[in-house]
Ligand binder design. Structure first.
Ligand code: HEM
Length: 528
């Protein structure tokens, strides 16, 4: 049966051949036919209920797997090709699930603002996130509770807290870069940015206690939790694999670590810190209750995980783009010099440290970050699980489908961004599109329009609450890097051409394909 199955679909399914005992082949054959019929029936049964047509279907040859490979490896190219053939709303199968994409600004608007009674994020993400974050938080609780939890975290991300974070990030960056050799021909950038980000984010948001433990077990635990954050886990909550076992163990130990810190803070009456932990400890739900200590610990893990890869990959991409665009790099250094000293050419080693207010004036750096987020948006697809049939542009999207939007596609739209592949920070100098909390502080985040091409931080009720912090953290890291080092892309030996890393879409967050190298040199006056 397996070979029949395989030849019919002109593919091989090696595992089937290994698993099937040939003496029992007729029995297995019958079972496979039954399974196949049930799957087909399951996949199609909700689709006969509606009067309106279903979205066009992208055909596939391998049942169950469907389009998992082209989508998983090159999602943007795959979605753009589908859009050309089928329009901006279509469905394809992946791992037995029906994925319906609504693309472009209209699609973004629809997906990000879909009613809770129609489609939920928890339905789409809970298998992935609940084991990593833990229970009682985020997608393990009703959305209204999670919205209050988000607010508790956001309450810690105030201007007065940011003012204290900038010197912390400056010091962390300086200390970290100080550990580097003066010069390297090849440095794999992403792991370095990941380490610096975990230092800065944990120091600012998690509290000093966690930062102090980073050298010991926390970094390793973080790594194990991260191992549970793989695309496949969107579909499988638990499998008997080492990654899943390590993930669960790491969650338990991290939870215990936070519980200990909570207790110490209470025992020593040390309740003045301006960090997320304190904000969660102080937070009161609308019904007057407070989060349990376990829930606080789990929300801390969630916050750490939400910001870590998104920020470290963004910092890496900015540095790769700057290495590839020397004019933009020169402009950045000039801007820093102008704002901090009033002259465009103060040598980097003479530049003073900057404050939060000065950092905000580095507007060209804002444009560089936006342009990099446009080209290398860390989260390329957002998903919701449809719980009640919904209509979109004359189609019915049935319950059971995954409703998906992709800001990565709309951010590469040539109509909105001419020469979309080109890194051009000046696109943003006159535009206020994408202006988030950074520029419209205090505006209700859920009100921000999602009918936009540029949504690297999402929109609607699930919009990112970490945007302002991400800008502060990443801008500070980049500003410190460019004043300390000159850097370049590594060159191909034969051709002398720059090697710009490809985007790795197989990771949950789009990271530079490993190993992505730069070469760098510390500025002469700053050498050890
Ligand atoms: C949600 C991107 C940094 C915390 C989101 C979403 C996106 C996003 C696209 C919406 C997901 C969806 O609609 O399904 C980014 C990017 C970042 C970043 C590009 C950095 C460059 C951070 C940081 C934090 C954070 C630093 C924490 C301090 C969150 C939280 C949510 C979220 C709590 C809400 C999830 C929900 O409501 O379902 N982020 N993020 N993010 N982000 Fe971020």
């Amino acid at each position: 049966m397996s070979s029949l199955f395989a030849s019919k679909f002109n593919t091989t399914i090696p595992l089937l051949d290994q698993v099937v005992n040939h003496e029992k082949a007729p029995l297995y054959g019958g079972l496979f036919v039954l399974l196949f019929v049930v799957l087909l029936w399951n996949n199609n049964k909700s689709e006969t209920r509606s009067g309106k047509p279903l979205p066009p279907v992208v055909p596939h040859r391998v049942p169950i797997l469907g389009k998992a490979v082209p989508y998983g490896v090159q999602p943007v190219t795959f979605l753009q090709e589908c859009m050309q053939k089928f329009g901006d709303c279509f469905t394809f199968t992946m791992m037995g699930r029906k994925m319906t994409f609504c693309l472009n600004p209209d699609g973004n608007h629809f997906v990000f603002n879909v009613k809770l009674s129609h489609a939920t994020a928890e339905g789409a993400y809970d298998k992935l996130t609940v084991p990593v974050f833990g229970t009682e938080v985020v997608y393990d609780v009703p959305n209204s509770t999670f919205m209050e939890q988000k607010k508790f975290v956001k309450d810690a991300l105030t201007t007065s807290a940011f003012k204290t974070y900038v010197p912390i990030i400056i010091k962390e960056a300086r200390d970290f870069f100080g550990t580097w050799a003066d010069k390297k021909e090849k440095l794999e950038l992403f792991p370095e940015m990941a380490e610096l980000t975990i230092r800065t984010a944990s120091h600012c948001l998690m509290g000093k206690e966690i930062r102090d433990q980073l050298h010991s077990n926390v970094a390793k635990l973080y790594h194990d939790l991260d191992g549970g954050f793989q695309p496949i886990n969107v579909f499988f909550r638990w499998l008997p694999l080492p990654n899943y076992i390590k993930r669960d163990r790491a969650n338990r130990i991290m939870t215990e670590t936070f519980l200990k810190i909570l207790k110490e803070r209470r025992d020593t009456n040390n309740l003045e810190s301006q960090d997320v932990l304190q904000s969660l400890m102080d937070g009161v739900y609308r019904d007057g209750s407070k989060m349990s200590d376990e829930a606080i610990a789990h929300m801390m893990i969630a916050t750490l995980m939400a910001g870590q890869h998104t920020s470290s990959t963004s910092a890496s991409w900015i540095l790769f783009e700057l290495a590839n665009n020397p004019d933009a790099l020169a402009e950045l250094i000039k801007e820093q010099s102008m704002i901090l000293t009033g002259r465009p050419d103060t040598p980097a080693h003479e530049l003073p440290d900057f404050t939060y207010e000065e950092l905000r004036k580095f507007t060209y750096l804002d444009c560089v970050m936006k342009e990099s987020l446009r080209l290398h948006t860390p989260i390329h697809t957002v998903m919701r699980l449809v719980v009640k049939d919904i209509e979109y542009k004359g189609y019915t999207i049935p319950a059971g489908h995954f409703l998906c939007g992709s800001q990565a596609v709309s951010q590469m739209d040539a109509k909105r961004f001419p020469e979309p592949e080109k890194f051009d920070p000046t696109r943003w100098t006159e535009s206020d599109e994408g202006a988030g909390e950074w520029t419209i502080n205090g505006v209700d985040i859920a009100q921000k329009s999602a009918r936009s091409n540029f949504l690297p931080f999402g929109a609607g009720r699930h919009r990112c609450i970490g945007e302002a912090f991400a800008y502060i953290q990443i801008k500070t890291i980049i500003a410190m890097f460019v004043r300390e080092f000159t850097h370049d892309l590594v060159k191909e030996t034969k051709t002398g051409k720059n090697i710009f890393p490809e985007m790795d879409f197989t990771s949950l967050v789009v990271i530079p394909k490993a190993p992505g190298y730069i070469s760098y040199e510390r500025r002469p006056e700053l050498r050890k």
